[in-house]
Design a protein around this ligand. Structure first.
Ligand SMILES: NC(=O)c1ccc[n+]([C@@H]2O[C@H](COP(=O)([O-])OP(=O)(O)OC[C@H]3O[C@@H](n4cnc5c(N)ncnc54)[C@H](O)[C@@H]3O)[C@@H](O)[C@H]2O)c1
Length: 313
């Protein structure tokens, strides 16, 4: 007995990393899977071979059901065809998971328009396009629907990834908006802030330093460790299952062996005026109220890069 017996899922970015782990885990849990991938390099260029076929073979060899779909997650025609493939092949669609994406990392002052547009497109439109066609089906069916988006903690600020961080925060809003829009059709919409040692993280400064130190690429030795991409799959499976039907509009941390529930952003301080703000009064009150305890930012500090260098509260 699997937790997804009888369910049909589309998983984007299913050829590699966490998408692959979700596709394989879903099949192990009884779902029929459309494994969707374009087969691109880390920065989104075409690869010679699309490894999504190997994932489908692996699923079938283990006794599961899966079919490969080649296409671009941010292309509306491909998206309509991918969702249509699930419905035509397996009779319906229950679950959509959206891990597909790539990186073009650059500081904001060096970033080109194309680097901005392409990364926003693949991540943000790469959620909208498949969800739109899944939602048409779910709204007609009014029975069952599960959307699981893949954001990133880069949404909270990432100096070398302003395009990626912005797209990932956009995904949070998209997930919450879709939750509110589709709740009446028995559809839930949640997202994860994932993490794993994949080719994406092999690109980080820490991983590159490991290679210079003669150590193996982290993604090649991640199996069974907290960095294993498969660690993200159980909570995604829960959100996709019947059991997860009471959860919607939520963001979860899914990396490693500790799962997390994130709060929505909420007001942390108020500053009241009985009428339009007087400029001098605001300047006088800000330091003791909204800006209280915020220390001046003292320029670039490499140690702060991942945490953000915004002063502290
Ligand atoms: N690895 C991490 O630690 C980490 C952290 C935070 C967020 N994320 C996010 O999790 C998701 C999965 O990351 P990963 O590390 O497994 O990445 P990965 O590079 O291992 O896999 C991404 C997959 O997406 C596919 N893809 C890219 N563009 C596509 C397109 N236009 N259409 C269809 N398929 C496309 C690629 O071919 C690849 O198979 C991504 O959205 C990533 O931004 C990853």
């Amino acid at each position: 007995m699997g937790h997804l017996d009888g369910k049909v899922a589309v998983v984007t970015g299913a050829a590699m990393g966490m998408g692959r782990a979700v596709a394989i885990t879903f099949a192990q849990q009884g779902a029929k899977v459309v494994a969707w991938d374009l087969g691109v390099t880390l920065d989104g260029r075409p690869m010679e071979d699309n490894p999504v076929h190997k994932v489908v073979e692996e699923i079938k060899e283990a006794g599961g059901e899966a079919i490969a779909f080649h296409g671009d997650v941010a292309n509306m025609t491909d998206a309509e065809n991918a969702i249509g493939t699930a419905i035509d092949t397996y009779g319906k669609l229950d679950i959509l998971v959206c891990p597909a994406g790539f990186l073009r990392e650059r500081m904001v002052f060096n970033m080109t328009e194309d680097e901005w547009d392409d990364v926003i497109r693949v991540h943000l439109k790469g959620h909208f396009a498949p969800t739109k066609f899944a939602a048409v089906h779910w709204r007609q069916r009014r029975e069952y629907g599960r959307l699981i988006g893949f954001s990133s903690t880069a949404a909270h600020g990432s100096p070398g990834q302003p395009n990626y961080g912005a797209a990932k925060m956009g995904i949070v809003s998209f997930i919450r908006s879709t939750a509110d829009a589709l709740v009446r059709y028995n559809v839930t919409s949640n997202g994860v802030f994932p993490g794993a040692a994949t080719r994406m993280t092999d690109n980080t400064l820490t991983a590159q330093q490991a290679i210079r130190d003669g150590k193996p690429l982290p993604s090649t030795v991640a199996g069974g460790t907290p960095g294993d991409p498969f660690n993200n799959a159980p909570i995604v499976t829960y959100l996709a299952s019947e059991a997860g039907g009471n959860i919607t509009g939520r963001m979860f941390g899914s990396s490693g062996w500790t799962y997390r529930l994130y709060s929505d952003e909420s007001t942390v301080r108020h500053l009241y005026s009985p009428g339009p703000w007087d400029m001098d009064k605001l300047f006088e009150q800000m330091p003791q109220t909204l800006a209280e305890g915020m220390e001046a930012v003292k320029g670039f500090n490499a140690a702060d890069v991942t945490a953000g260098n915004r002063g502290s509260l």
